[in-house]
Design a protein around this ligand. Structure first.
Ligand code: DOR
Ligand code: ZN
Length: 345
């Protein structure tokens, strides 16, 4: 198959940053996605509806093309039930993001113990506002590679038991355990899967030297987990859908003695997913994963326009401008095998 046309996709997990950095990266996502779910981990974080709507305006102002950023609120120990009630009535705010404090980039303001926000979760269940979760424990005693598995057993499972009607997205899953847990749960739990976790295992991070541009959180896992993710993404199960977690950082901040977490995939996000699906001989399953199941989960209409991808090799630039700095994309200076050729926007 050398050319595929399918319904325009959405990205249900994206980091756009702010100001000049945001202006530099937003068009990479707008070139192919109709809607994106924008993560709130700015510094300071987006914790109120007013902040979310202001941030949304800045994003829209940076673009000329048609693009619909949907917003999240950052859950903190101080989030109020009133803010949740407000969010429920704002069409452009569709989820609340839970970062365990200390789990990842700008998560210092995250929740230290979920019991501190029990009333907020209760309200989200009542108002049917989905919870988007960074599913990793942060205890120093837990091995980095086990953070997701332990989170599922000790945090997620009790949470879902207590709030059976709360709709939850376990973001950027990385393990076989997560695939199994999500597959065996009811329809209120879904998961996003990134292109980088579908295409790379942890060897790509640490073989032949440290590759800082392959460092993200949750960290890449061993091959059997990648295989489980690939199987889930291409299964046609609507619980698994596209969320790139494209997370730009300045080149200097990545190529550093203490490089930060995040992989910038937006310039070839859809093309990279196509490569992964082709690898699994499941290109026919890409449309459901990329364009239907996320919209269905968030109870939004499916897109009606289409995009076309062609099997054609091109070279990813070594870097892009990022405000005053540079950002290095995944596959910098190397080949990408699919190309977006047209969309009837
Ligand atoms: O690798 C990551 N980068 N994982 C996250 O959870 C956050 C993200 C970021 O904001 O840079
Ligand atoms: Zn993220």
């Amino acid at each position: 198959m050398h050319r595929i046309t399918f319904t325009q996709p959405d990205d249900w997990h994206l980091h756009l940053r702010d100001n000049a950095n945001m202006s530099s990266v937003v068009s990479a996502s707008a070139r192919c996605f109709a809607r994106v779910l924008v993560m709130p981990n700015l510094k300071p974080p987006i914790t109120t509806c007013v902040q979310a709507l202001d941030y949304r305006q800045r994003i829209c102002a940076a673009l000329t093309s048609h693009f619909n950023p949907l917003m999240t609120l950052y859950l903190t120990n101080n989030t109020s039930v009133t803010e949740i009630a407000k969010a429920k009535n704002i069409e452009q705010i569709i989820a609340v993001k839970y970062y365990p404090a200390g789990a990842t980039t700008h998560s210092e303001a995250g929740v230290t113990d979920l019991r501190r926000v029990w009333d907020v979760l209760e309200a989200m269940q009542t108002y049917d506002l989905p919870l988007s979760i960074h599913g990793e424990v942060t205890a120093a005693s837990i091995d980095l590679f086990d953070r997701e598995k332990v989170f599922i057993e000790y945090v997620l499972d009790p949470l879902l038991e207590h709030f059976p009607k709360l709709r939850v997205v376990l973001e950027h899953i990385t393990t076989q355990e997560a695939v199994e847990y999500v597959s065996n749960s009811d329809a209120n739990l879904a998961a996003t899967i990134t292109a980088h976790h579908l295409l790379m295992n942890r060897n790509e991070l640490l073989t032949g030297g440290i590759h800082p541009h392959h460092y993200c959180l949750p960290v890449l896992k061993r091959e059997k987990h990648r295989q489980a993710l690939l199987e889930a993404a291409t299964s046609g199960n609507p619980k698994f859908f596209l969320g790139t977690d494209s997370a730009p950082h300045a080149k200097n901040a990545k190529e550093s003695a203490c490089g930060c977490a995040g992989i910038y995939t937006a310039p070839a996000a859809l093309e990279l997913y196509a490569e992964a699906f082709e690898q699994a001989q499941a290109l026919d399953k890409l449309e459901g994963f990329a364009s239907f199941y996320g919209a269905d989960f968030y109870r939004l209409p499916r897109n009606t326009k289409t995009v076309t991808l062609e099997k054609r090799t091109w070279s990813m630039p070594a870097y892009f401008a990022y405000g005053e700095e540079k950002v290095v994309p995944l596959r910098a200076g190397t080949d990408i095998y699919w190309q977006l050729v047209q969309n009837d926007l």
